[in-house]
Design a protein around this ligand. Structure first.
Ligand code: HMG
Ligand code: MG
Length: 302
């Protein structure tokens, strides 16, 4: 068993992180967070969602954020688009990648995007096609790949099914998401293996929420299979409004510390990342959720 020599991280903090905040966050603060993530070395940032503002008011300023931020060359900025309406709005802001988001669980699909898995694929198909025609990359998030807040445990066969549907409509890479953070290493490996039935190892990423404190272990377990793409959230922000009780993504700071310790390249400067996390935590009036960030900030203060 050998871990990959480098990993690529998509920071989803501005999107997954801030979509779940009760208090409104100013667009300027989101723009500043994106800039600070770039300064820390992130080459991929998930910025916002083009979803219904009635469903997720936190992302209603998608256009203000995407048009107000400075675009750095060599950085991929991605956004969520659940349907053609979202895609058409996103297109005006020229994202580098769009993300369609489906679920391995029927109940979660209904609660999150108000349609069945089959209907979601019908909605995603023209989005994927239009994006590729416009030269925009297409990623597919697969929620609830190990557990669902409404259905409980999810069988790997359901993940394989969804991954096959995503592949069939031209989605180029997929995220295996543990939306509610219930997964443990073997279960997460089975979900990843199911995705690998349709996608090669370079096109499958891990997206682990840390609700039960398993996300770093699950990251290692994914790396044992050769996965080297991950999503994480600065300061451990995050959660989904339609997955009650789920906490944030694994903190990017914690992932980078782990990789540094293993000698795995990330291209990310941990100190500047801690600064980015401290910045947004300050805006939210919270302590950083990252254990590594807290430890390093304490060390700085001492
Ligand atoms: P719907 O109500 O079924 O949509 O919602 P509809 O087509 O029937 O339209 C109803 C209204 O919504 C209409 O407006 C549409 O124009 C509007 P009205 O005529 O009533 O004024 N509408 C839109 N507005 C803006 N942007 C759009 C859009 N589409 C329709 N794109 C819909 C369906 C998908 C829109 C809704 O369910 C929705 O917005 N859901 C968003 C859910 C969401 O954002 N969840 C969080 C992200 S997923 C996640 O966090 C998981 C992930 O991190 C991975 C993991 O951890 O698992 C990715
Ligand atoms: Mg998520």
């Amino acid at each position: 068993m050998q871990y990959p020599s480098r990993v690529r991280i998509i920071d989803v903090g501005p999107r997954d992180g801030l979509q779940n905040e009760k208090q409104p966050v100013a667009s300027e603060a989101k723009i500043e967070l994106v800039a600070r993530l770039h300064a820390a070395g992130l080459k991929e940032i998930e910025v916002t969602s083009y979803v219904s503002p009635k469903w997720v008011p936190q992302m209603a300023d998608n256009h203000a954020v995407m048009s107000g931020m400075r675009r750095e060359p060599g950085v991929r900025y991605s956004v969520l688009t659940p349907n053609m309406k979202g895609f058409e709005a996103a297109l005006l802001d020229q994202p580098d990648e769009i993300v369609v988001f489906g679920a391995a669980s029927e109940a979660f699909s209904q609660r999150n995007i108000n349609c069945s898995i089959a209907e979601s694929i019908e909605r995603f198909a023209p989005v994927a096609q239009a994006a590729r025609a416009a030269g925009i990359a297409v990623r597919g998030a697969m929620s609830c790949t190990v557990g669902c807040p409404y259905e409980g445990e999810i069988a790997p066969a359901r993940v394989e099914y969804l991954a096959g549907l995503m592949k069939g409509i031209g989605v180029e890479r997929v995220d295996v998401a543990d939306t509610i953070g219930v997964g443990t290493p073997r279960k997460v490996q089975r979900a990843i293996e199911a995705a690998l039935k349709h996608y090669d190892i370079d096109h499958v990423s891990g997206h682990f929420h840390d609700t039960y404190g398993q996300a770093l272990s699950n990251t290692l377990a994914a790396m044992e299979l050769g996965v080297w793409n991950f999503q994480s959230s600065v300061s451990g922000l995050g959660g989904c409004p339609y997955a009650k009780g789920a906490t944030g993504n694994v903190a990017t700071e914690d992932v980078v510390y782990l990789m540094n310790g293993l000698g795995i390249e990330t291209g990310i400067d941990l100190d500047r990342l801690v600064d980015a996390g401290a910045y947004i935590s300050g805006v939210l009036g919270k302590k950083p959720q990252s254990r590594v960030a807290v430890a390093l900030l304490n060390k700085r203060a001492g």
